[in-house]
Design a protein around this ligand. Structure first.
Ligand SMILES: Nc1ncnc2c1ncn2[C@@H]1O[C@H](COP(=O)(O)OP(=O)(O)OP(=O)(O)O)[C@@H](O)[C@H]1O
Ligand SMILES: [Mg+2]
Length: 456
């Protein structure tokens, strides 16, 4: 397995070195060309200035003076007549000069021209400036410069470039090593974190600061780890509560059965105990049924069979079903529905939702109060609201009532047969319909359950 830091490093290296090479090369070429051109211009300027002197004083002493000046300099001068015959020259330039002075063919402008440019292969570079006296060409001033000095200069330049190149190569390597470590370090930490997660260890702590994509990924992994840890804890707690929930009624069943089988107790008492056993068994049955249903709802493959129904006729059916129970407890049940809206729901499961919520309202309301359920159609949503005037839910319990096995008053709802699974099932079913349910409650005043379904 190749490390990501290695891959990144190589990629950066190739890119940066490529860029540096192009930059260095172009810089080098333009520098060399500039320097050579400057040398040639200087040579031509020198020739022109000799020519200017000779144009004002074209006599032997002046010519000799010019030649003498050049014999001390790095450059050389050759002076010819108008036909190219060499009259004077400085140093041992004669051989080279003869070739050059003979090969001239075209007219030369007064400001002179560069004759030999090929500094790389020729032994000299040279220029020529014509001497005009009374508008006639009197002769030519040739200037020569040995290319050896140019080669030395270029060699020095190359040397400088080489040193700078090596230096920047080293710097590049160091920078890349550092950068690829800095960039890949959080990635490696995230990899380790996800490995830990996959092994079931959710105690992952990723330090993330910043807001770039990598930090966001880190934060997402952290959230995932937290969620998983929370789920693991939740599952453990849930299992603990289930076994507790089952143990309590089973203890009753066992205890009362033990008493009931004694031969010395009265028949009436035995009947009492047997009916308690029956009630507890019923409770266990309901608990197991609810748990089984929740387990089914939990499965991701869980399917709901939706049908299109008229919301109001659905509500009146629920009303008919619940009315007797409310009448027995002398609680008024009102339903209000004023729309011809059709909704797409799983009839059986949605009926279960409504019965659960109305049953809760009924269980927690006193005689003489009213329970109202209504349908409100909004632009994009349909709301079903169930409100009661019952005992209400304490503020601190409100966030948990949809949790499994959560009951506000444990002892009270146990006698009412509650398992604390009703609202958890309700929530699962509504969410399977892509809806939401929320609860609002004021202690002592009443509770409102609000189901919101998306209709468009
Ligand atoms: N309308 C309400 N008024 C007051 N308290 C409520 C109301 N609805 C729910 N609760 C509280 O929320 C808790 C959880 O409700 P949930 O329906 O999940 O369980 P349950 O009614 O106790 O049991 P089950 O529905 O399985 O018979 C209840 O125990 C009760 O304390
Ligand atoms: Mg309930």
């Amino acid at each position: 397995m190749k490390k990501i830091s290695f891959k990144l490093g190589i990629l950066f290296f190739v890119l940066i070195i490529g860029m540096e090479t192009i930059l260095f090369l172009s810089l080098y070429v333009s520098l060399v060309n500039d320097r050579i051109e400057e040398e040639m211009n200087q040579l031509l300027a020198r020739g022109n200035s000799h020519r200017d002197v000779l144009e004002t004083n074209y006599d032997r002493p002046t010519i000799e003076h010019v030649v003498m000046m050049e014999s001390k300099a790095e450059t050389d001068v050759v002076i010819t007549d108008q036909d190219g015959n060499i009259l004077y020259f400085s140093n041992n330039i004669f051989q080279t000069a003869r070739k050059v002075t003979k090969s001239r063919t075209r007219e030369i402008p007064h400001h002179g021209i560069v004759l030999q440019k090929n500094w790389e292969n020729d032994s000299h570079i040279s220029t020529v400036s014509p001497i005009h006296i009374n508008h006639k060409v009197k002769g030519y001033v040739y200037m020569f410069q040995n290319t050896a000095s140019l080669h030395t200069m270029i060699f020095k330049l190359k040397h400088h470039f080489l040193i700078t190149g090596i230096f920047s190569l080293l710097l590049t390597i160091i920078a890349i090593l550092f950068l690829s470590k800095v960039i890949t370090k959080p990635l490696i930490r995230m990899k380790e974190a996800t490995e830990k997660l996959s092994k079931g260890d959710f105690s992952v702590r990723l330090q993330v600061n910043g807001s770039d994509e990598l930090s966001q990924l880190g934060k997402t992994i952290q959230t995932l780890a937290n969620d998983l840890e929370y789920l693991k804890k939740g599952r453990k707690e849930f299992l603990a509560s289930i076994s507790h929930e089952l143990r309590t009624p089973l203890t009753y069943v066992k205890g009362y059965a033990d008493i009931a089988r004694r031969p010395d107790i009265e028949e009436k008492e035995r009947e009492k105990y047997v009916s308690i056993i029956y009630e507890e068994a019923e409770h266990i049955q309901k608990l197991v049924k609810d748990l089984f249903q929740l387990a089914q709802l939990d499965e991701n493959t869980f399917q709901i069979d939706k049908e299109t129904v008229n919301v109001c006729s659905f509500m009146s059916k629920i009303y008919e079903k619940m009315l007797p129970a409310f009448q027995i407890k002398k609680i008024r049940l009102i339903h209000h529905c004023d729309t011809d809206l059709e909704i797409n729901i799983d009839l059986k499961r949605f009926e279960q939702v409504m019965l659960n919520l109305l049953d809760n309202a009924l269980k927690h309301s006193e005689e003489g109060t009213t329970v109202l359920f209504e349908v409100i159609q909004e632009e994009k949503h349909t709301k079903i609201i169930i409100s009661d005037e019952g005992i209400g839910i304490p503020k601190e319990d409100l966030p948990y009532i949809f949790d499994r096995l959560y009951r506000v008053d444990k002892s009270r709802s146990r006698t009412g047969g509650g398992t604390g699974l009703g609202l958890a099932i309700v929530k699962e079913i509504i969410e399977a319909h892509r809806g939401t349910i929320t609860a609002e409650s004021v202690l002592g005043k009443g509770t409102r359950m609000i189901i919101t379904l998306v209709t468009s």
